[in-house]
Ligand binder design. Structure first.
Ligand SMILES: *[C@@H]1O[C@H](CO)[C@@H](O)[C@H](O)[C@H]1NC(C)=O
Ligand SMILES: *[C@@H]1O[C@H](CO)[C@@H](O)[C@H](O)[C@H]1NC(C)=O
Ligand SMILES: *[C@@H]1O[C@H](CO)[C@@H](O)[C@H](O)[C@H]1NC(C)=O
Length: 417
């Protein structure tokens, strides 16, 4: 989402894929109903306000752990924590940390990872520091080495190189991402995933036009995930409650999906949202369903956004009063990975082959979870479709020979025994 809007908002107070692909050998991923590894939300607050460094509680705020807990218990397993580089290292990119801000960032991260979920470190800086485009790849590398050193021992941390580079030379965006990757690995943080972002606000819809060169990035650990953002309003900026139409979510992801497949890369939608209205709800669900069908390349998504200071913001997922909470949590829930298990499987790396095999019965790849084709003419639920879960009002009996199995409390699915 674009920075101008952020400031306005802020001031307002079966069947298993049996064999892992080459890319996944190091990290056998548990396949849930959606096929996603991660579904979650950004937890805004520490990036709010234009006063630098600003005052905690006046200009910015940290997310509330009891609110994160509600979403975690519902089954989310990834929380992105936006913050400002100028608040973390106030003197310069290569300068020392502001100790209180670092400590607060760490305690938020540790809370999240302590629940078994992933925490994404998101310097929400648009490729800029102190108002200027970051030109020094070497300083940026040092910044990332210093930050990654603080989190090197936590496997559930994910490093997001920077939020939404834009209006920069594409070559610089690629070089900054590569410098971040190199800096993180140089810190000895070798087990974690790195989310890279592209130019043009890392938009999925325009990815092939602006970010083709991003395919050149390399990582000694082979754990790069391409983070793209996608809103469903007319200009993809995430500033309107109105979505273009009910299929725009899928439409805007199609070219990026092809790009990921062609280039053998994995993607993640790091920001997305729609207003509370039927067109957007259908468009959001259509996007997730399409991503789920293409979960060989899409690893999951994070809603924008939760956090304590959103007030009446149209996309707020803050439990339980956020404007989008009661509408969109049930939609997202259908795509949640199986609770708690993804983290341990992914984090334990190659040791997980046996675990992945033994839990194979609970792991499926599927097409759309709901929809008109979900039941037989006799009203029985077909293989892979939803058959239960909290607030499920649809049919619960599976067609033979499938049985209705709990994937998480929100989602039961018809699968083979
Ligand atoms: C999900 O995991 C959290 C943390 O381990 C736990 O507190 C919660 O009860 C779990 N929720 C479900 C739906 O299993
Ligand atoms: C929605 O809009 C997109 C982009 O203009 C278009 O390609 C698509 O066909 C539209 N879908 C419907 C159902 O009209
Ligand atoms: C789920 O159902 C309970 C009652 O069983 C209700 O209180 C709650 O609001 C429902 N939640 C959603 C998200 O619809």
């Amino acid at each position: 989402m674009r920075i101008t809007n952020l400031i306005v908002a802020a001031s307002a107070a079966s069947l298993v894929q049996a064999l892992p692909s080459k890319r996944e050998v190091k990290d056998i991923k548990k396949r849930t109903a959606s096929g996603f590894t991660w579904v979650g939300v950004s937890e805004s607050g520490a990036e709010f306000g234009s006063n630098i460094p600003g005052t905690l509680g006046t200009d910015y705020i940290w997310p509330e752990t009891d609110k994160i807990a509600v979403l975690r218990e519902a089954g989310m397993n990834i929380f992105r924590i936006p913050f400002l580089m100028e608040r973390l290292t106030p003197d310069s990119l290569t300068g020392s940390f502001a100790s209180t801000y670092l400590a607060d960032l760490k305690s938020t991260v540790e809370y999240v990872t302590g629940t078994g979920a992933y925490a994404v470190l998101d310097p929400h800086n648009y490729g800029r520091y102190d108002g200027s485009i970051i030109e020094s790849t070497s300083d940026f590398k040092t910044w990332w080495t210093n930050v990654a050193t603080e989190f090197a021992s936590n496997d559930l941390v994910i490093f997001d190189t920077n939020n939404e580079y834009h209006d920069m030379e594409e070559s610089l965006v690629v070089e900054l991402n590569q410098a971040a990757i190199n800096g993180i690995r140089a810190a000895g943080a070798t087990t974690q995933y790195i989310f890279v972002e592209g130019n043009a606000y890392t938009g999925a819809w325009s990815w092939t036009e602006y970010n083709d060169d991003m395919s050149a990035l390399t990582d000694t650990e082979d754990k790069i995930i391409y983070e793209m953002h996608q809103y469903l309003d007319s200009d993809s900026s995430g500033t309107s409650e109105t979505c273009v139409n009910s299929t725009i979510g899928q439409n805007r992801l199609e070219s990026a999906t092809e790009w990921l497949k062609t280039n053998g890369k994995l993607g993640f939608i790091g920001e997305f949202a729609g207003g509370v209205n039927s067109v957007c709800e259908e468009a959001v669900e259509g996007m997730l369903s399409y991503m789920s069908e293409n979960s060989d390349v899409w690893t999951g998504a994070e809603w924008w956004s939760a956090g304590p200071w959103w007030g009446s913001y149209m996309y707020s997922l803050e439990p339980t009063t956020g404007a989008a909470y009661s509408t969109y949590l049930p939609i997202l829930e259908k795509y949640f990975p199986a609770n708690g298990t993804t983290a341990s499987v992914a984090a334990s790396g190659s040791a997980s082959v046996a675990a992945a095999t033994s839990t194979a019965a609970a792991i499926q790849e599927t097409t759309t979870p709901n929809g008109p084709e979900a039941t037989t003419s006799a009203g029985l639920v077909k293989q892979y479709y939803q058959c239960g879960g909290i607030n499920w009002t649809g049919p619960t009996e599976c067609e033979s020979p499938y049985t209705c199995k709990e994937q998480n409390v929100w989602y039961y699915q018809c699968v083979a025994e």
